[in-house]
Ligand binder design. Structure first.
Ligand SMILES: [Fe+2]
Length: 389
């Protein structure tokens, strides 16, 4: 019998040119801090466009442009300092997932006491709840990957503890998802980010917490990504492919908060917590084949549904044959997106790192892995890592 709850309170304006909505939508404050990563956002003129639109509306603004890839607690502290000094009353996250996640966490900490890690629920976190609601956030993603514009999660790295964790903050009040802002993403990043979005959709579909509302949206995201990622990688100027990837990404962001990620994301956060130069999407790709081969053996029926949705299965095939058809399509997608050769060893990981990777995965999971329908033992994880070296 169907029974579930869900809430996505973000007003999402989606489509080419939607950045211009910033000129007319109700804004949640009078003085904004624009949080961004800097270089490409400035070079491409996006920061200037946002500033100009706000200025024309008489909205005061300050800029924090120092967010790094895999944003850090130090980043969040820096943003909070500016918010408090400048008395900003709302936050705009402009850029990739790193910028928006840093903006999300800073929006909470600007009005809450103590240390960011007081509010982390796993590892060395203080496991407290935020006493205050946080400043409102407007999200303007310029990449198609994290889907953070559609959920309340912020992923932050603590340099002191080496932990990279997901922290539950507020949903953005408004997200402007404009694929025109994604036309200039280089092929390699397009591929990495696209696989992050794909993982969100697949994981939400195979997770224990999958619910009736998440399943069809996850499958829709998977379909859009399989059909458009190679074109977005190889012909980045194709706006339609970019729009379809952006939709797959936003869907992925929404479905992981209706359902959840799985152990795959715990493993990746451990990898890039150890090596912060490793981009999140690339980290997921490193062990992706082994992860889905393992999952396919345990829950072939879920992978068979994905194969059916993608149209890669044939009538009359068994569940196992359909699961194999998905795995073959997944390998082809990796090849078509130019990421089939990514291995753990490319990033300097060796078998000597496995214990640390496994330990970190459990820290991030908050103990035993519990989001998968099937059990993943440390030995299973070790086998996956070995197969991915
Ligand atoms: Fe992710």
């Amino acid at each position: 019998m169907i029974s579930f709850s869900f809430q996505i309170p973000t007003l999402i304006h989606f489509g080419a040119g939607k950045l211009n909505e910033l000129a007319s939508i109700p804004l949640p404050g009078k003085k904004a801090i624009i949080v961004t990563g800097g270089t490409s956002i400035k070079k491409l003129g996006y920061l200037d466009r946002v500033r100009k639109i706000l200025a024309e509306r008489g909205v005061e603004q300050v800029v924090f442009d120092g967010v790094v890839q895999n944003p850090t607690k130090t980043n969040v502290i820096g943003i909070v300092t500016v918010i408090r000094q400048q008395k900003c009353d709302f936050v705009i996250g402009l850029g990739g997932g790193s910028s928006i996640d840093a903006a999300k966490a800073a929006a909470m900490m600007a009005v809450n006491p103590g240390d960011l890690w007081d509010y982390v629920q796993v590892g060395q976190g203080g496991k407290q709840a935020f006493p205050e609601r946080g400043l409102p956030l407007v999200a303007i993603p310029t990449t198609a990957g994290t889907g953070t514009e559609g959920n309340p999660t912020s992923v932050i790295t603590n340099e002191a503890t080496g932990e990279k964790v997901g922290l539950t903050c507020n949903f953005p009040v408004v997200s402007l998802v404009d694929p025109e802002l994604m036309l200039n993403i280089p092929p390699q990043y397009t591929a990495w980010q696209g696989f992050d979005a794909l993982f969100h959709c697949i994981e939400a579909f195979i997770a224990k917490r999958a619910v009736p509302i998440s399943d069809p949206l996850a499958l829709e995201g998977i379909r859009h990504i399989f059909a458009n990622l190679p074109e977005a990688v190889n012909n980045g100027g194709n706006l339609e492919a970019r729009a379809n990837m952006a939709w797959g990404s936003t869907l992925g962001g929404m479905v992981i908060c209706m359902s959840s990620c799985t152990t795959a994301h715990n493993i990746e956060h451990s990898l890039s917590g150890i090596k912060p130069a490793l981009a999140h999407g690339a980290g997921l790709i490193l062990f992706s084949s082994a992860f889905h081969r393992h999952g396919g053996e345990r829950i072939p029926e879920r992978y068979a549904v994905i194969a059916d949705a993608l149209g890669v299965s044939a009538p009359g095939q068994t569940v196992v044959e359909k699961k194999d058809a998905f795995l073959a399509a997944f390998e082809k997608l990796k090849q078509d997106a130019g990421v089939a050769d990514l291995r753990l060893s490319n990033y300097g990981f060796t078998e000597a790192d496995f214990d640390e990777i496994i330990h970190g995965s459990h820290v991030i999971a908050g103990g035993p892995f519990n989001r998968d329908v099937y059990e993943i033992t440390d030995e299973d994880l070790r086998d996956m890592l070995r197969a991915s070296l």
